[in-house]
Write a protein that binds this ligand. Sequence first.
Ligand SMILES: NC(=O)c1ccc[n+]([C@@H]2O[C@H](COP(=O)([O-])OP(=O)(O)OC[C@H]3O[C@@H](n4cnc5c(N)ncnc54)[C@H](OP(=O)(O)O)[C@@H]3O)[C@@H](O)[C@H]2O)c1
Length: 297
Amino acid sequence: MNNASARTDARAAVTVLGLGEMGFALAGAFLDGGHPTTVWNRSPEKADPLVARGAERAATARDAVAAGSLVIVSVKGNATARAVLEASGDALAGRSVLNLTDGTSAEARGVAEWVRGQGARYLHGQIMTIAPGIGAAETVVFYGGSDAVFHDFRPALRLIGGRGTLISADAGVPALYGMAVHGTMWGALNGFLHAAALLSSEGIEAKRFLDEAGPSVAALLGSFPMIADEVDRGEYATRFGALQHHLPSVEDLVRESRERNVDSEFPGHTLGLVTRAVEDGHGGDSYSRLVEYLRQF
Ligand SMILES: NC(=O)c1ccc[n+]([C@@H]2O[C@H](COP(=O)([O-])OP(=O)(O)OC[C@H]3O[C@@H](n4cnc5c(N)ncnc54)[C@H](OP(=O)(O)O)[C@@H]3O)[C@@H](O)[C@H]2O)c1
């Protein structure tokens, strides 16, 4: 046996079910990493370039599952992920399944329960990058589920992203982490794009604004640990910058938006939350008090 094949044999056999944009990138990363890689996709022609790079093409999902000790599924939606795995029948028993399909926490838990019922181990992963980021050292992946799968296949998981962490034994938690990142991102992006719309109504370029205001905007991230601490403790007392001081500024933003024919619904939502909290007697509290108005459970 030469050195190259010895290295390959030392790597786990990986199966990738689903060769969309993400599954294709994943299979490519395992091939580049020297793993024997078997691929299956509903539309089989998507496997052609991977086969040319050394992947095995399986005729059925069941054949693909039977070829891998680590079985990865990356398709559109967890109902599809489960259907693909169900088509594998008893081939799943004794294998390790890594589901990298996005969905809700309940959906992930549902697939986990079913997979474990087939005698297989289950790990769920939430990939926090787009396809070109697969394999990068800084790529974050949140894992939840089987500690044994996470540790047994650690070298293979590093090929997905260098910053993979097992955050919970519960397969549903990674989805929540992903949503929390995305929700924060969309909130910040919407705020910035609203600001850009407001500025452009005055002919000011967003880039020019950032040249001066960038440090103020960047400082916002620095306040998150303090906000997180207040939310976790459920204590919102503050000496400065209380909700009553936010209120007139939010009112100004809504009025300015209306006067310039810029959408006022987004800052209007903020105004509604701040107004309710102040009317409820929380005007002296930190902005983090608003989490109580966002919770509806
Ligand atoms: N693309 C990204 O940048 C990205 C980033 C993070 C996470 N993700 C997640 O990764 C997962 C896959 O996304 P993607 O971007 O690769 O999706 P995609 O490019 O739209 O590909 C969808 C995949 O699902 C398969 N599929 C759809 N319906 C099916 C069915 N009824 N039976 C069997 N296979 C079916 C498709 O097969 P066909 O080829 O036969 O249609 C294809 O392999 C999703 O959960 C997505 O949210 C993607």
